[in-house]
Design a binder for this molecule. Sequence first.
Ligand code: C2E
Ligand code: MG
Ligand code: MG
Ligand code: MG
Length: 291
Amino acid sequence: RAKERGKSTYQIYNADMKSVSLKKLTLENELRRALAQQEFLLYYQPQMEIETGQIVGIEALIRWHHPERGMVPPKDFIPFAEESGLIGPIGDWVLYEACRQNKAWQEEGYLHVPISVNLSSRQFLKHDLKTRIADVLTETGLDAQYLELEITESMTMDVDHATSCLLDLKRLGVHVSIDDFGTGYSSLYYLKKFPIDKLKIDQSFVRDIMTDPNDAAIVATIISMTRHLNLKVIAEGVETVEQLQFLHQNRCNEVQGYWFSPPVAAQRMEELLQRHSQAAAAAVPPETEDS
Ligand code: C2E
Ligand code: MG
Ligand code: MG
Ligand code: MG
């Protein structure tokens, strides 16, 4: 009997494995088709300076417009794209498209702000990252200061690689931020040594700042730490005016979240930029000849 049970368990396990690998194969083919058929698109989420209400940055977030399944969020395909290696061409496309779009907006005369692109660990670990980024900047004509790359703490575990890679990026003139900060295991020692510009406080800490004193303390501490380390800081996932006030009182300058705007399609982002560019122009005192 034990033998029988063993056998049937084995068969179920085997059938499961087959369907898992079949699913993966299907997804892989679908992702290849998506690349070829241009089913990917970028959504854009503005980042706001609390003091002025001005847009100070834009994060590019990938979406997959699947012909049958509709809009597929990144969590449903980015991990698999990483695993299968398809993140290479997908990541290249994201970089190119984000830079191209930002340059196009600048040429329209809108605000010049950096566009942030999320890097996957595979992209960060590849030796040719610097060349790829330099090529994309040349091809699109975007000035390096208007590109920001988001990496996560786990990508900095290989300290030597991270240091040399970050130095390369710094020399190119692009900005680097640490995404989802506080959820990984970065050493504060290296945080000080790495040439990074900004920490993005993970939304899981921001979510409960009004109700959980521990989260409030963590967020306040991260903000004050960035001030001492001379890093910029932005809070992710800000959804309410109370959270915004808390962050402002604790001297966090920038926020990103549904309170200001969810990620939106390019067309909608352009409208936001247009409105904010006009507001910025109105706020600037007119130039006089002797100024
Ligand atoms: P992330 O880089 O931390 O991006 C922020 C995520 O939080 C986005 O989810 C955004 O829609 C969501 N979000 C923004 N504001 C709020 C808010 O106020 N409340 C809540 N609850 N959520 C908010 P999204 O677009 O689904 O992206 C999820 C993750 O997928 C990203 O997290 C990033 O790690 C990854 N990802 C997105 N685009 C790319 C890409 O082009 N390449 C790579 N490698 N990863 C990407
Ligand atoms: Mg991000
Ligand atoms: Mg992330
Ligand atoms: Mg994040």
